[in-house]
Design a protein around this ligand. Structure first.
Ligand code: FES
Ligand SMILES: [Fe+2]
Length: 422
């Protein structure tokens, strides 16, 4: 249980809030680079701020205020030039630093006008990595965008999936340090959704949680595994500040505002050995729904969709004054404490957890990864098709999120030679 004011401190991400200041110390993914093959601008809401992401004709990305500082027109309807984004109302032009670099009428009638130097649009840094576009809204000097080890793997087919989940980001992230929910929310519930009443999956017998440099890991022993199993020895990662990493995919829980979260999934599949070398020209993305439009109920058919049911079920903002934590929630308590500690650390002028500033380290940040040898060495088609381990299974079915477009399924099949089930 948490007092109301501490609960609010965990959830609120506006610019002046303690958590808002902390979350602004990290880079957050807001779009896929490949989206800009078809569009020039994209409206984005991030931590309660309305912004526009654009790519200009020199391929520079910018992230600026949604509203033009002239008379407040919507810059997501602006158009890009060789440098910058031009407002479609009176043509003022802004670069990625937020400087106004052209005011067509003012510059014509008074080239010496000081007005241009006086107007600036709010602007944030954008950087591309692993097919994602990351934004940084915090103070300078900005840390590096973490270059996690899987971002450096070769011969991969990667997919990016976005979903707007209508609840606060922190309850989504608490799910990243929650081993026991797998047994019930995924395994057993799926058995019941499939119309069977059992047998249920092996029970958790023991869980443990550990802090490491880039977050926390969780470890489990179930009835069918022991302490030699990598689920206990290696575990899985709740990465800082708002990610889950399970080995072959990352899930980011990006705060859109205090009541909405952008779930960003980055999924890696290594192509079979016979298909190497493989280089993916463009990393595709899609927007996956949360609600079944016909029934008005949440979609339950896919793994992450099941997670979303839990998150939104806790309410728009989970009321932690009403909860009762048990022993399985030790990790939840640990990450809450870490966030409170980090909020204090930045007030003292220190960097919070997992701030990466070392260029050398950032060439490839190694993580504890179950089945790493498979990602590094690959598998043959036969090993994939006949295998039944997690890494074979993720090749045979895209079980994470609903609604994969046909052209992406086809691209996966072209790359891997494997026809994937939905
Ligand atoms: S409102 Fe943008 S140029 Fe006038
Ligand atoms: Fe889950």
């Amino acid at each position: 249980m948490l007092e109301q004011d501490r609960n609010e401190r965990l959830m609120q991400v506006g610019p002046e809030t303690p958590m808002g200041k902390l979350m602004r110390r990290y880079w957050h993914p807001i779009a896929a680079a490949s989206e800009f093959e078809d569009i020039e601008t994209k409206p984005v809401r991030l931590m309660g701020e309305d912004l526009v992401l654009y790519k200009d004709r020199s391929d520079t990305y910018g992230l600026v205020d949604r509203h033009c500082p002239h008379r407040r027109a919507d810059l997501s309807y602006g158009f890009v030039e060789d440098c910058g984004l031009r407002c479609n109302y009176h043509g003022w032009l802004f670069d990625e630093k937020g400087d106004c670099i052209h005011q067509p009428y003012e510059d014509t009638i008074d080239p010496e006008s000081k007005l241009r130097g006086q107007v600036k649009v709010k602007a944030y840094k954008v950087q591309e990595l692993a097919g994602l576009l990351f934004a940084y809204m915090g103070p300078e000097p900005a840390p590096l965008v973490p270059n996690w080890e899987p971002f450096t793997w070769k011969n991969g087919f990667v997919r990016i999936v976005f979903t707007e989940v209508p609840c606060n980001w922190f309850q989504c992230q608490e799910n990243s340090i929650d081993p026991v929910h797998f047994e019930w929310m995924h395994d057993n519930w799926s058995i019941r959704l499939g119309g069977k009443t059992g047998p249920y999956t092996p029970k958790h017998l023991k869980v443990d949680f550990k802090e490491f440099e880039y977050g926390y890991s969780y470890h489990r022993v179930k009835e069918d595994t022991d302490e030699n199993n990598p689920l206990w020895t290696v575990g899985r990662n709740c990465l800082w500040p708002n990610m889950l990493f399970t080995g072959e995919h990352f899930e980011y829980r990006v705060p859109i505002d205090d009541e909405t979260t952008l779930s960003v999934g980055w999924f890696f599949n290594r192509v079979p050995k016979e298909k190497e070398p493989f280089e993916q020209k463009s990393i595709p993305s899609w927007v996956s729904p949360v609600k079944d439009e016909e029934t008005g109920r949440w979609i339950t058919s896919h793994v992450m969709n099941q997670d979303f049911v839990a998150w939104v079920g806790q309410g728009e903002q989970a009321d932690r004054t009403q909860e009762h934590l048990g022993r399985s929630d030790k990790g939840v308590a640990m990450i809450r404490k870490q966030f409170f500690d980090d909020m204090e650390a930045i007030e003292r002028g220190e960097d919070p957890m997992a701030t990466i500033r070392d260029e050398k380290l950032n060439e490839c940040i190694e993580l504890p990864i179950i089945g790493k040898e498979v990602f590094v060495n690959g598998m043959t088609t036969e090993e994939i098709v006949n295998g039944d381990g997690q890494l074979s299974n993720v090749m045979k079915r895209f079980a994470f999120q609903v609604g994969q477009p046909d052209h992406i399924k086809q691209a996966f099949e072209d790359a891997t030679g494997i026809k994937q089930e939905d």
